[in-house]
Design a protein around this ligand. Structure first.
Ligand code: NAP
Length: 391
């Protein structure tokens, strides 16, 4: 019986995780659930899954939530803030942590789980983008098990022999698929004034708003490129992004002998989540099998980095190293929030990220979390300033 903490339980990945868990009550027990502010959803989840702890990250809302929990007579202990998130991520009774908080906010609780040597199901790609070296060193030192949940990385993981480096496995390249998002065929001029609703209407995947916008700008693929480099110990030169509009092939591994292995399936995050939960076994995820006759054709195209400059910016930031990926991520989070709030045009997102990267040159990153928090804060300030001046 695995005891599971779901960080970001109220989000798209969190809800899908609980859906899979509910199908296997004899294998999985929910130990803790966390939210930022959507406490109505959290309360409903507490009724259904009876966790030992519920954490409200937004401290202003925690007391009111604790009162509602008491009034309902639920045996759930309510914790608040980052300290609460870290406590349930690292608790000795927890075996498995689903890291599904969106953005930089997910880094400290995920790192707490890593340092406590847990099995981590990593959806929060921003944690690796911002703190790749620190994060992977901590995984090694604590003996944590890191399983990728992002569908592309999960697919690559499924196509690789476990426990071997890419060189030992005879891997030539990783092929990272991208749907191309809702604006795949739009010109730059057409993209200038698209709305948040259009940007969040992903053609194949149902996801949270931030990752939906990242998908539309293709920053998501840039973040995933960095994530792949850290997870699989490789360089951007060995990772080819392939636009695949149908989102059926979730990624591929090209081997030295001419073989290319792929993982296919319907676009439903419950598949990689179930794989992570049960690994190395497989369990029912509630996802229907892929019908190849319905899928019909599968297309593959090169990415267009002129219309989607975010992909290039992410690659360059990873190559620059040090603080650059952290700066890229912070500027992107601020710019995406500004776009969603109607304060920045869609194409302004990549422009702001580029300007912030130009201003804050890459520096060596000290290996402690507080230093990362300081660089993140400075990058956010710089991005807000740029939005004021240029939006
Ligand atoms: N959705 C997908 O299909 C998908 C696929 C691959 C990877 N991912 C990755 O998985 C992560 C989650 O994505 P998502 O789509 O599930 O996002 P989402 O739907 O926006 O959910 C985000 C979760 O994080 C919580 N949260 C937000 N800000 C927080 C903060 N400051 N402190 C603590 N908790 C906070 C939210 O709580 P509230 O609900 O209270 O706001 C919610 O539970 C992202 O890193 C994303 O890139 C997602």
């Amino acid at each position: 019986m695995q005891a599971i903490t779901v960080l970001g339980a109220t989000g798209s990945i969190g809800v899908s995780t609980l859906d899979v868990i509910a199908r296997h009550p004899h294998r999985y027990r929910v130990f803790a659930l966390t939210a930022n502010s959507r406490t109505d959803i959290l309360l409903q989840q507490c009724r259904q899954f009876a966790p030992r702890y519920a954490v409200v990250a937004d401290e202003q809302q925690a007391d009111a939530f604790a009162l509602r929990v008491r009034e309902e007579g639920l045996a759930v202990e309510v914790l608040a803030g980052v300290a609460g998130l870290e406590a349930v991520a690292a608790h000795p009774e927890v075996t498995t942590v689903m890291a599904a908080i969106v953005g930089f906010a997910g880094l400290s609780p995920t790192l707490a789980a890593v340092r406590a040597g847990k099995k981590i199901l990593l959806a929060n790609k921003e944690a690796l983008v911002c703190a790749g070296q620190l994060f992977m060193q901590a995984v090694g030192q604590a003996g944590a098990t890191l399983l990728p949940i992002d569908s592309e990385h999960n697919a690559i993981f499924q196509c690789l022999p476990y426990g071997k480096t890419l060189v030992e496995a005879g891997v030539r390249r990783l092929l990272l698929t991208a749907s191309g998002g809702p604006f795949r065929e739009r010109s730059l001029e057409e993209m200038e004034w698209v709305t948040p609703e259009q940007a969040c209407a992903h053609p194949n995947w149902s996801m949270g708003r931030k990752i939906s916008v990242d998908s539309a700008t293709m920053m998501n693929k840039g973040l995933e490129l960095i994530e792949a480099c850290w997870l699989f110990g490789t360089t951007p030169a060995q990772v080819q992004v392939v636009v695949h509009p149908q989102s059926i092939v979730h990624s591929l591994v090209e081997y030295a002998d001419g073989s290319t292995l792929a993982q296919l399936g319907n676009p439903d995050m419950r598949t990689p989540i179930a794989y992570g939960l049960a690994w190395p076994e497989r369990i029912d995820a509630g996802v229907p099998a892929l019908d190849l006759f319905v899928a019909g054709r599968l297309d593959f195209l090169p990415p267009d980095e002129v219309r989607f400059p975010a992909l290039r910016l992410a690659r360059e930031a990873f190559i620059a190293g040090g603080s650059a990926p952290l700066v890229l991520n912070a500027a992107n989070e601020v710019a995406v929030a500004a776009f969603l709030a109607g304060r920045l045009p869609f194409t302004g997102v990549a422009r702001i990220v580029e300007r912030v990267l130009e201003q804050l040159a890459a520096r060596p990153l000290p290996g402690d979390l507080s230093a990362l928090v300081a660089v993140d804060a400075l990058s956010r300030q710089c991005a807000e300033q740029e939005i004021k001046v240029h939006a």
